[in-house]
Design a binder for this molecule. Structure first.
Ligand SMILES: NC(=O)c1ccc[n+]([C@@H]2O[C@H](COP(=O)([O-])OP(=O)(O)OC[C@H]3O[C@@H](n4cnc5c(N)ncnc54)[C@H](O)[C@@H]3O)[C@@H](O)[C@H]2O)c1
Length: 346
């Protein structure tokens, strides 16, 4: 059985689908801070069986000990975490406690139970402001906000753990910009309040929830002046996790660190155009000031993931927008009741 922390969240839920469809048994733990219990039944609808679900917090030592005792867990995929960059600058202690302490508690429970296979959601944010593109895994790391710092620290903790005793099989997966949704439209991303990530914001303009999109800066040193990012379909990302798990399982021990991206950057204007085609409506936008901390462009070098995992992203911008729109345009009013604040998410 695979334990998925944060498994009712955006990326965890899609990974649960892929794992169940590949024949794995899945146990989800989530405190529902940023997701809904209904996601479990949606996963059941897609795959034909609901994963086991525990509502709980990864910082709960006795809950975790019990969980490892009562279930035959072979590996852990660790998605649970807070991810809003702006919020992390306002409540850093909460971020350090939830993300760093949460990871330590989880790893301690694994160690006590003799479970040593761990797949971690890291982020391209660990590269800071890119010194060169595309980003290779050996690019220097840095953090400009507490959220990013939690990823750096957890990556380092995993390295220390790997070096401290034999047998750990650890994958540190650095995601670029996950977008889209499961093609069924039954699960997807449910941003809190005003989304500052591009795709959910475009979606809310398309559904009429927001009047227009702000493009933060059109004078960057990019082909059309707007920011360029490496968007990756969440289903490709989920497949990447399955491949990373299988890679770990095949090793006696490993510390794998790899990008998961497409290697292709798209500008904000290109994203808007592709989304307009998917939803069949114009997306109103205005150009606003650059946001502090935003970088001009960022995309992955995907060579290492191809070499080690034999994995590459297959889905393009069209699928990202079509699947994202199918999810966004369904009646998901229940998804919008959470959260009031507007924060930059990773
Ligand atoms: N979405 C992105 O753009 C992106 C990019 C890079 C990395 N990541 C990382 O990937 C992971 C998953 O991201 P996501 O987009 O699916 O986020 P998400 O918020 O949709 O999912 C995270 C889930 O973890 C749960 N959670 C948070 N703290 C918890 C705790 N202490 N105990 C139990 N459950 C807890 C939340 O309720 C939520 O369901 C995060 O670690 C995030 O930092 C995300």
């Amino acid at each position: 059985m695979i334990l998925i922390t944060g498994g009712t969240g955006f990326i965890g839920s899609h990974t649960a689908v892929v794992l169940q469809q590949a024949g794995y048994d899945v146990l989800v733990i989530d405190n529902l801070h940023n997701s809904e219990r209904e996601v479990i039944s949606a996963i059941g609808q897609i795959t034909g069986r609901e994963p086991a679900f525990i509502e709980g917090d990864i910082r709960d030592v006795s809950l975790l000990a019990g969980l490892f005792k009562t279930h035959h867990i072979q590996a852990v995929m660790h998605f649970a975490g807070l991810k809003a960059v702006g919020e992390s600058t306002q409540i850093p202690l909460t971020y350090y406690d939830n993300n760093i302490q949460g990871s330590i508690t989880l790893l301690q429970a694994m160690r006590n139970a003799g479970v040593r296979t761990f797949v971690f959601s890291s982020s391209a944010t660990v590269y800071g402001d890119p010194q060169r593109l595309p980003l290779t895994e050996d690019h220097p790391r840095s953090a400009t906000n507490p959220y990013g710092y939690t990823k750096l620290v957890i990556e380092d903790i995993l390295e220390s753990l790997y070096r401290s005793e034999p047998g750990w099989k650890i994958a540190r997966l650095r995601y670029f910009n996950p977008v889209g949704a499961h093609p069924s439209g039954l699960i997807g991303e449910s941003p809190q309040g005003i989304p500052n990530n591009l795709m959910p914001f475009i979606a809310q303009v398309a559904t009429g929830q927001r009047k227009q999109l702000n493009i933060f800066g059109n004078d960057y040193d990019t082909p059309d002046g707007t920011g360029v990012r490496d968007y990756i379909h969440v289903m490709d990302l989920a497949e990447g996790h399955k491949t990373a798990l299988e890679y770990c399982n095949a090793q006696a021990q490993t510390l794998l660190t790899t990008n998961l991206g497409t290697g292709q950057g798209y500008s904000v204007l290109e994203m808007i155009q592709a989304y307009e085609q998917a939803c069949g409506k114009p997306i109103a936008y205005q150009v606003a000031e650059r946001r502090p901390g935003d970088i001009a462009a960022c995309w992955a070098d995907t060579t290492y993931a191809k070499q080690t995992l034999g994995w590459k992203a297959d889905l393009g911008l069209k699928e990202m927008c079509q699947d994202g729109w199918r999810w966004a345009s369904r009646d998901n009013t229940g998804q919008q009741k959470r959260g009031q604040d507007s924060f930059n998410t990773d």
